[in-house]
Design a protein around this ligand. Structure first.
Ligand code: GRF
Length: 208
């Protein structure tokens, strides 16, 4: 593992379009950012194929293979640590991480969420937003804490969609934003331009 590298692990359960955006925008590029491994709870996830196509090591940690979540996340944490990773990126990872996992990688786990948090945390954020009749949708990248989508916000981007009716339309419009915002957050963190405000742990300070 080279000293100058900023090694990242990506956890994904699904299609992996955000993983693909990270691979395309950052992996092996001039910023020294390397996707060191991709793990999933779903053995058949398309994200794993994308990783393999990029020559990135993969691993799967299905809950059914372990006695409980604690044991699964302990194994996952070992795997992450073994790859010399500085940042864990949740890109459509549909499992809650245990407190023990998060304590092992303090302020080093981020997630992308398809809503303007703190509105519409949890599952089906876009469905929740549509049901509420919102006119402005958006994307959030945040640090992961022990709550559900409650950690300090790193970046957000809003999108006015006053006429949309279906979740598919919203997701189609939000994906390009996610694909920009998540790599941008990783780039800023790798550059050391992101820190929690010592005076207010809810606030993330970004260097201009
Ligand atoms: C994204 O919409 C992300 O916001 C949410 O899960 C979805 C993952 O999509 N957390 P993909 O697997 O990266 O295509």
């Amino acid at each position: 593992m080279s000293e100058g590298q900023f090694r990242v692990a990506v956890l994904a359960s699904g299609t992996g379009s955000n993983l693909q955006a990270i691979l395309d925008a950052l992996h092996g590029g001039p910023e020294g950012i390397v996707v060191a491994g991709v793990a999933s709870d779903k053995p058949g996830a398309r994200a794993l194929e994308r990783a393999q196509q990029a020559g990135v090591p993969t691993a799967t940690f299905p809950l059914a293979d372990f006695p409980d979540r604690t044991a699964r996340d302990a194994a996952l944490a070992e795997w992450v640590a073994g790859h010399g990773v500085r940042l864990v990126v949740l890109a459509g990872y549909m499992q809650l991480l245990t407190p023990a996992f998060l304590q092992r990688f303090p302020q080093a786990v981020i997630n992308v969420h398809p809503a303007l948090l703190p509105a519409f945390p949890g599952l089906d954020a876009v469905g929740q937003a549509l049901a509420h009749g919102v006119k402005v949708f958006g994307v959030t990248v945040h640090f992961v804490d022990e709550g559900v989508d409650t950690g300090p916000i790193v970046l957000q981007r809003a999108l006015e969609l006053p006429h949309v009716r279906s979740a598919e339309e919203v997701l189609d419009a939000l994906h390009p934003l996610e694909h920009e915002l998540l790599p941008e957050a990783i780039r800023l963190i790798a550059r050391g331009a992101v820190r929690i405000d010592p005076a207010d742990p809810r606030r993330v300070l970004l260097e201009p």
